[in-house]
Design a binder for this molecule. Structure first.
Ligand code: COA
Length: 411
């Protein structure tokens, strides 16, 4: 059967498509299903695109590196939600809109402060998003594009406030402060001192932009799957936050720093890697489902952001510098060891170090990822409502018992 299919596929003009279809058909014939939905197209989207061989990531056609270098959080928000970069007045209007909607209802802020501070910030974030739903009675009507867009902007605006309120255990943590940009406000929620310094706001804003969207990753797929049942934006985005919290997804950045600390010294890198490989354990911050080359976001951090922190500053904390030396050695050793597998550092490998340099507590690292990604999630939710996608309902391959019956002794 495969030779016939191969002949039919050869007639396709697009050779990339021919390769992809052949891989899918081969998997189906060999396994009968698609583990992890690898390579399976599940939706049409015009928000972002990846060329995994070339290491190219674009948002609405623009390479992510150009957007990180020249764009602002608000501009990228406009670009993703509305399809193109804003004019000056549109950017100003969106910035005002976002800053105007950042406040939480008193009752929600109080609930956040009353939550157990052992709760991981990602799980606090997802449950607080569901709290927002209770203050928005109209959110179950998801058919109006303009209302959907407005809700997306309001939710993006409230994300940092939820996190700032919880982290500072104070509903009025920003009282009396004024902010001219979202990046400054978001950074203020995590480090008030750095939020006064343009250099750090710029680094932080670039970090956020690099995380904004990444095609059909696990959390974005979750948004689209939950949203396909016409669930509210809050229910859909809360699900995405939970998906992102996992160590194989966004949770990796927090674990990268723990791993560097555990290694302790550049001298220990070789032995650490050997042990992990022998135990068939994953090394955090390495590998990616869709890149067969260096993740462009990781490369951008390595080439443009890391040098601004470690090479241009003379007063780098020795403990932090040690982590950087370990990361450099780990990167080099991993690239050598995995040379035959096409495994490279991903964005989480370098982003953890950047956030550590900003004195952000590791348990908040994945929330910073979420603060970028919420723009992508909400854009996908809005897009999904427009394209009238079918409800997601894939098939399973049943491998349980044949039908059987309860046998009970007569009493
Ligand atoms: N450390 C060691 N080996 C790794 C690896 C890692 N981080 N990532 C992939 N591999 C190896 C696997 O062991 C496997 O080898 P094999 O073919 O000899 O069995 C091969 O590479 C393919 O890995 P697989 O797990 O099937 O790829 P995937 O596409 O399902 O997984 C990730 C992608 C991202 C989940 C995976 O690379 C990973 O777990 N990375 C660490 C967590 C992380 O950094 N996540 C953030 C992603 S942005």
């Amino acid at each position: 059967m495969l030779p016939q299919i191969k002949d039919a596929l050869k007639k396709l003009e697009d050779k990339e498509l021919e390769k992809k279809y052949l891989q899918l058909i081969t998997t189906l014939l060999e396994k009968g299903y698609f583990p992890g939905l690898e390579g399976v197209p599940v939706a049409k989207s015009s928000i972002s695109n990846i060329d995994g061989d070339k290491g190219l990531l674009t948002f609405r056609g623009y390479p992510v590196q150009e957007l990180a270098k020249h764009g602002s959080y608000e501009e990228i928000c406009f670009l993703l939600l509305k399809g193109d970069l804003p004019l000056l007045e549109e950017r100003i209007e969106l910035t005002e809109d976002l800053l105007d909607h950042k406040e939480l209802d008193d009752s929600i802020a109080e609930t956040i402060v009353s939550m157990d501070d052992d709760l991981h910030p990602m799980h606090m974030l997802s449950s607080s998003i569901l709290q927002l739903q209770s203050a928005d009675a109209g959110c179950f009507n998801v058919e109006n594009y303009q209302h959907n867009l407005n809700r997306a902007v309001q939710l993006i605006a409230k994300f940092p406030t939820i996190l700032g309120t919880y982290r500072k255990q104070d509903p009025n943590f920003a009282e009396g402060e004024t902010f001219d940009s979202l990046a400054r406000y978001i950074l203020y929620c995590f480090n008030e001192e750095l939020a006064k310094q343009e250099k750090w706001i710029n680094i932080f804003e670039q970090l956020l932009i690099l995380h904004v969207d990444h095609t059909m990753n696990n959390s974005t797929f979750s948004v689209r799957a939950v949203g396909s049942s016409k669930a509210s934006i809050y229910a859909s985005i809360a699900t995405a936050v939970n998906s992102l919290s996992g160590p194989l997804h966004g949770g990796a950045n927090e674990r990268v720093i723990k791993m560097l600390e555990e290694i302790g010294d550049p001298e220990n890198v070789e032995a650490y890697l050997e042990e992990k490989i022998n135990n068939k354990e994953k090394i955090m911050g390495i590998g990616h489902r869709v890149y067969q080359t260096y993740d462009p976001r990781a490369l951008y951090l390595k080439e443009n952001i890391i040098p601004r922190i470690f090479n241009e500053q003379s007063d780098v904390d020795p403990e932090l510098d040690n982590l950087y030396q370990i990361a450099k050695k780990l990167e080099k050793t991993a690239l050598d060891k995995f040379a035959d597998k096409d495994i490279y550092p991903n964005v989480d490998f370098w982003s953890g170090l950047v956030m550590r340099a900003m004195d952000i507590e590791p348990k908040y690292f994945t929330t910073i990822f979420a603060l970028g990604r919420v723009i992508g999630w909400t854009s996908h939710w809005v897009e999904n409502m427009e394209v009238k996608n079918k409800i997601y309902r894939p098939k399973q391959l049943y491998d349980g018992f044949n039908t059987r019956h309860i046998i009970r002794e007569e009493k």
